[in-house]
Design a binder for this molecule. Structure first.
Ligand SMILES: [Ca+2]
Ligand SMILES: [Ca+2]
Length: 383
């Protein structure tokens, strides 16, 4: 029995010869053909329509469809949208080859992994507004040159689409610090204005503790306004306290990436039997830790990022039983890879051998290859 694929050769360059019991080599040689609806279909063409590759692409499309545009920067979002449109076209194309499907998936996943969190600018907007109100009546203040300077740079940062969160935070802080210096000159009108601006921040994406402090400062300032016997000093203190509360606002973490990796981890855990046991050891504990961070509404970005990194590493270790070539899916290609190793044309490393031994008898051999082929062709639902 000779291979006609041209892939496997003997040392002298002639086609590799298999033993006679490899009679299903006709399948590997793609010599099995059937006329379906007037068209000649080879066994591999048929099997490829049954493989799980397409479903992998559809899963990624569904994941990307579930994301929120406003969580991300416009540029990174646009890149995902164009990859998504291309992937949808490939997924809808009945004649798409596996190479096209894989390429579409790779591009979509690449764009997805490059998504950048959007920058929150609400506090800078409020700080700029506040500074502009004061500068509209500069006659009440002795030295406003410094405030003017930070306001101009703050506005530039606001207009800069590429400004990152650190730049936005620094610009807002610089303005607020200058406003704080003129607090003792604050009059009733400027305190009323600041209260109004501060209230807008209550809807912002900040931790509940820091919002509680802001609410308390707003309340105190309103009490001062309502008190007919208030002193100038009390107005100045209320103004300064309100500025400090704004300065101390802590942004809630963006958890989109954590949610995505938690979903993936739970999918793996819910289907644990499909994975090489040693490769998902400890994944449940890592997922539980990440879930705690996710459930904490006051979690800071650093904690969320750390949880994403830890869980992503664990999920990356998970290897599907039957995924001999370690591309994240069980397809006919894995069966072919195992057959090649069984025929001693190639060899498998320890991890690949563990993934290949789908019937769990501690040997990776042709029996496993047949099971993998059946699984890829959906003849069996699990190993
Ligand atoms: Ca594979
Ligand atoms: Ca086995």
């Amino acid at each position: 029995m000779y291979t006609t694929t041209g892939l496997y050769k003997r040392a002298d360059g002639t086609p590799y010869q298999y033993n006679g019991h490899w009679s299903w080599l006709y399948t590997l040689n793609n010599e099995c053909k059937e006329n379906i609806d007037g068209e000649e279909v080879t066994i591999w063409q048929w099997i490829s329509t049954k493989s799980k590759t397409n479903r992998g692409l559809e899963k990624v499309i569904a994941k990307v469809n579930a994301l929120n545009a406003e969580d991300y920067t416009a540029d990174s979002w646009a890149a995902v949208q164009s990859a998504l449109a291309a992937a949808k076209a490939v997924a809808a194309d009945q004649n798409a080859t596996r190479t096209q499907i894989n390429a579409a998936m790779e591009e979509l996943v690449a764009a997805y992994s490059k998504l950048e969190y959007g920058v929150q600018k609400l506090h800078l907007e409020v700080a700029v507004e506040e500074a502009e109100k004061i500068l509209a009546h500069p006659e009440n203040y002795e030295d406003i040159a410094a405030l003017k300077a930070v306001l101009e740079s703050g506005k530039a940062v606001l207009e800069d689409k590429d400004a990152d969160q650190t730049a936005v935070d620094a610009a807002a802080e610089a303005i607020l610090a200058e406003l704080n210096k003129v607090a003792d000159k604050a009059d009733v009108k400027s305190l009323v204005n600041l209260i109004e601006s501060a209230k807008k921040l209550l809807d912002g994406n900040y931790t509940s503790d820091s919002l509680k402090d802001l609410k308390a400062a707003i309340k105190k300032a309103e009490d001062v306004i309502a008190n007919p016997n208030r002193t100038e000093a009390e107005i100045g203190t209320a103004y300064a306290d309100l500025i400090n509360a704004i300065l101390n606002l802590q942004m809630k973490a963006n958890k989109a990436a954590l949610k995505a990796i938690l979903d993936k981890a739970n999918e793996v855990l819910g289907n644990a039997d499909a994975y090489v046991a040693a490769t998902i050891d400890g994944l449940d504990a890592a997922a539980a830790e990440a879930q705690t961070v996710y459930d904490n509404t006051d979690a800071l970005q650093d904690d969320v990022d750390a949880a994403v990194r830890a869980l992503t590493r664990k999920v990356a270790d998970a290897r599907l039983l039957g995924d001999v070539d370690n591309d994240g899916e069980v397809t006919t290609a894995d069966s072919v890879a195992l057959l090649a190793a069984s025929a001693e044309i190639t060899s498998l490393d320890a991890d690949a051998a563990a993934a290949a031994d789908v019937n769990g008898d501690d040997v990776a051999d042709t029996n496993d290859a047949v099971l993998i082929l059946q699984y890829a062709a959906e003849k069996v639902a699990s190993f």
